[in-house]
Design a protein. Structure first.
Ligand code: SF4
Length: 217
């Protein structure tokens, strides 16, 4: 796995793609390397949720918090770029502001989504940009108006950093991983393009090849 060199800033990975990598590295590579994008209900609902919070600006709340919308984020150390739907800045006990990133989701939490890694990546960016500790974030579900608190534990930070490294390694390898049929395939918007039932098995692939290219005398 590539190590981050202080002399050479790592190539930026988009925060929004980390969830994709954890869902399926092949899906990440098809999106990132082949620019192959197909929408389904899940992707459209994700886009709509972010559009709700996508109007840049800020406002002050009655309880003294400052709310920044569509805040650009970066980390030179980790090689990350992206945007936070919402960052709440609340007065902290030592007089410094405490930053809390909040990610918007339209529906309920999907089984294979890893929203927490994406949120933690936002926190790592904020820590570097603001030179402060960011210990807690939240996922806000628009339809149910439910807010789930996400503590940035050591385990979540390690998973996030390892995902960034693995995603960058796959970009550098410039190679699309082979399809592997798994439960995630059922809700994947690339299912009918990826054809995991066919391509994941060499026997099925050979049979399909024979059917397509066999020459009859
Ligand atoms: S169909 Fe399955 S293997 Fe193919 S990209 Fe989607 S999740 Fe990955």
């Amino acid at each position: 796995m590539n190590q981050i060199s202080p002399a050479e800033p790592p190539e930026p990975v988009a925060i929004a793609t980390l969830n994709d990598y954890l869902y399926c590295p092949r899906r990440f590579a098809l999106h990132r390397l082949d620019a192959l994008w197909v929408d389904n209900a899940y992707t459209v609902s994700g886009t709509l949720a972010h559009e709700i919070a996508d109007d840049p600006g800020y406002r002050q709340t009655a309880d003294g918090a400052r709310i920044e919308r569509a805040l650009p984020l970066f980390s030179d150390k980790l090689g990350l770029v992206g945007k936070a739907d919402i960052v709440e800045f609340r007065p902290g006990p030592d007089g410094r502001e405490v930053a809390v990133p909040v990610d918007y989701k339209l529906g309920r939490r999907h089984k294979w989504d890893n929203d927490d890694v994406q949120l933690c990546a936002q926190a790592l960016c904020l820590e570097e940009m603001l030179d402060t500790a960011v210990t807690m974030g939240a996922v806000y579900h628009v339809k149910t108006h439910r807010r789930r608190a996400v503590p940035f534990t050591a385990e979540l930070r390690t998973l996030t950093q390892n995902t960034i490294l693995a995603a960058r390694e796959l970009i550098h390898a410039d190679d699309i991983p082979t399809a592997r049929l798994k439960p995630q395939c059922q809700g994947c918007s690339l299912h009918h393009v990826c054809l995991p039932e066919l391509t994941a098995s060499r026997l099925s692939l050979n049979a399909a090849y024979q059917t397509l290219f066999s020459v009859t005398p």
